[in-house]
Write a protein that binds this ligand. Structure first.
Ligand SMILES: Cc1cc2nc3c(=O)[nH]c(=O)nc-3n(C[C@H](O)[C@H](O)[C@H](O)COP(=O)(O)O)c2cc1C
Length: 201
């Protein structure tokens, strides 16, 4: 079959994309509002994009009424965020924090996710995350508008906290990191079955 993305509804385009672009890494993103209220939510339209300057991005889609996600609103108010990496052990609290809470109500408090203070930015990090990147907002690029539109947030990585438990000889060991990936629907993938492939010389 062939799909014509020029005539698909935004909802259908989204569904075909999330079922095909897999597995997606999950950035569990903590932010803080100007009033000092913390926020935590998962984003799988998330990726590293550059190492000089070290940069990553995530995409916050507007909700059905066209309203921006609290994460995006907060980053507009306090231009900093933390990207926490999600291990299998954190899958349930990560999923819980996708609940649409009213702006200002903290997912950290509501779902008892333990925080650790960040070193260089105001939003706290997830204490149990195997890796946490502290970021300063670089820019927000708007795609579309209203329902279906997205704010793509780029951040410069200032520092990272890496748990000793996921290291072997000073390097992150994929066998210890145990990250999960997002598939289509409610499916996730786990990194327990790994393979190696030699790059061509
Ligand atoms: C694994 C997972 C990945 C998600 N990825 C995204 C995403 O990339 N973009 C997005 O806008 N929402 C995504 N969501 C939904 C948001 O987490 C959800 O809308 C959340 O309530 C947003 O929180 P906020 O309004 O506090 O920022 C995802 C949810 C889950 C469970």
């Amino acid at each position: 079959m062939m799909l014509d993305f020029q005539t698909l509804s935004p909802r259908d385009a989204y569904n075909w994309m999330i079922h095909a672009i897999t597995p997606r890494p999950i950035g569990w993103i903590s932010t803080i509002s100007a009033a000092g209220q913390t926020n935590l939510a998962p984003f799988s339209f998330f990726q590293g994009v550059c190492s000089k300057p070290p940069t990553l991005m995530f995409s916050g889609a507007n909700d059905r009424t066209g309203k921006k996600k609290d994460t995006v609103v907060n980053v507009g108010q306090v231009p900093e965020f933390v990207v926490n990496i999600v291990s299998y052990a954190l899958r349930e609290p990560m999923n819980a924090t996708a609940a649409p809470l009213p702006h200002g109500e903290s997912e950290f408090d509501k779902f008892s996710v333990a925080t650790a203070p960040s070193s260089l930015v105001k939003p706290p990090r997830v204490a149990a995350a195997p890796v946490a990147f502290e970021c300063r907002l670089d820019r927000i690029v708007e795609f579309g508008a209203g329902a279906g539109g997205s704010s793509v947030v780029f951040g410069t990585i200032l520092c990272a906290h890496v748990s000793d438990a996921v290291l072997t000889d000073g390097v992150i060991d994929p066998r210890k990191l145990d990250t999960i990936g997002r598939m289509g629907g409610d499916f996730y993938s786990r990194t327990t079955e790994l393979l190696t492939i030699q790059r061509p010389k």
